[in-house]
Write a protein that binds this ligand. Sequence first.
Ligand code: ES4
Ligand code: ZN
Length: 349
Amino acid sequence: AANDRFVLEIPKVELHMHIEGTLTAELRWKFAQRNGIKLRIAEHGPELNSLEEAKAAMDLLRPDPSRVNNDEERFQFFEAYYEGFECLKTREDYYDLAMHYLEHAAKMNVRYCELFFDPQGHTSRGTSWAVMMEGFREAQKTAETRLNVKSAWIMCFLRDMSLDSAMEHYKAALPYRDIIVGVGLDSNEEDRPPVLFEEVFSLARRDGFKLTMHCDVDSKNTHEHIRQAASVVAGKGLDRIDHGMNAAEKQDLIELIQKRDLGMTICPWSYLRHTTYAELGPKIRTLYDAGIKICINSDDPAYMEDCWVLENLLLVKHLCGFNDKDIAVLAKNAINASWATPTVKNEIL
Ligand code: ES4
Ligand code: ZN
């Protein structure tokens, strides 16, 4: 619609986007063909024999507000998410994966992004750090020079794996720290509270990395996990919170986040796996009205009916009744919550 032009044209910063969450059926098919491997939607699922079959399998993973709070569905998401890693083998695959996002980002006027990647999911399949990081680095350079999109990487640890594995991967990432701005935590949150990873987050802060962490909306201990992320881990709490939307339900958490001036990365489309439209708008509105630095992001676009940051902005515009001024505040929040250098931040404005 004509009145959505502002949302399209405003310069954007995206801070919560899993590069592996952009593995569309098309990309999976392309990489599987190129590498001569069999494509499946889940480890023990049937082989997918055409692009159409791959698309149909991905379609079943879209969020559907008519079946919210379904544990089965969350399990299916993670199974498919990690199975997708199987088709990535070469440096060229990692380059193409990153470029696919960065080209789309350029079209939406994303000018700077911080992109998550999950190294443990790749090394466990025999991919070397060099293959991964040199592919990413090359894409980053190409995007900056040819597309005017700057980027940095956030290395996420898988919280359903051990602290030892996180520490090992942390150390292995240090040769690539020039392109890694921060450290995050993702994957299945059940029974995996933030404090379990205290040691690696404290070390990363001492080494100069920025810190963030997923506090998913469907976690059983959602409020306690947000509290730990905001005020306990690495001495005083992290530098940002990923999701954490249920803070809207507790005044003390709202005050804690305000006091620490923490940015929060909100991914509206993602929450439709666990939340109804009726709940979603008011929670985001509460955080926004409290003056918290929330920003809007896409999380895993390939799993969300191809909803990228633009579509997520349009969704909150609609659900929260945001006007163009509010959209500008959200865009500004993303710049302020980002870990870009002051020079880069100024260029975006
Ligand atoms: C994720 Cl939706 C979600 N939750 C936790 N970890 C993730 N990694 C990628 N997508
Ligand atoms: Zn995420």
